[in-house]
Design a protein around this ligand. Sequence first.
Ligand code: GLP
Length: 240
Amino acid sequence: MMKVIVTGTYEEMSLTAAEAVRERVLSSPRCVLGLATGSTPLGMYAKLIEMYQRGEVSFKDIRSVNLDEYYPISPSARCSYRYYMDTNFFNHIDIDKANTHFPDAENEDSEKASTEYEKLISSLGKIELQILGIGRNGHIGFNEPGSFLYPLTHMARLSESTVRANSRFFSSPADVPRFSLTMGMKTILSASGIILLASGKEKREAVRRTLSSVIDTSCPSTLLCLHDDVTLIVTRDALE
Ligand code: GLP
């Protein structure tokens, strides 16, 4: 059964998630963290920065792998996930950037970039804690709803609803990249522990299906019920 922690506010959800990350980092200072982007984890990153500034936690020896990246994109582009992670988290803590990893979105050979990312993740050892957000349509990473899903890192086409949802980070929907490189379902489910964050009423349907215990590729987050250690930290407004 998925563990569910219901919080009253976005602030409380962010603090609860940050505390869980802090505990993991304190008990395993060299661990591999799987990190996510999007609006939802922004509050968690802000809380972790505060904890770091108060001297409660250090990320000095932490390794990180991000779930996904737009494709193709330059890491220096303002809408890349590398840029997001640097500006919202890494630049404010003591992590060694050489230990922070993303799929290589500049590699013209997407298959090679995907295989290399899988190899890199295996070489680091197990992802101890994977942070996940959830799309309105139940996508995780960029594993979009469909009649089939991929197990490993691959190039994925963004669904029209994801392009629309993510267009708020770009000047227009036309500027949103149509493709990404994303960890696959097996990559995600191989993490030792998973924290899924959801906030806001537009996530209600995705959260409801995630908790339904019915596996359906038309809602990729439903596969999380196959994992033994998933904690959903959710604000009340994202539950029915
Ligand atoms: C993006 C990311 C996902 C993220 C999702 C939800 O498409 N690839 O990893 O979980 O959007 O984003 P938000 O938290 O902004 O709703």
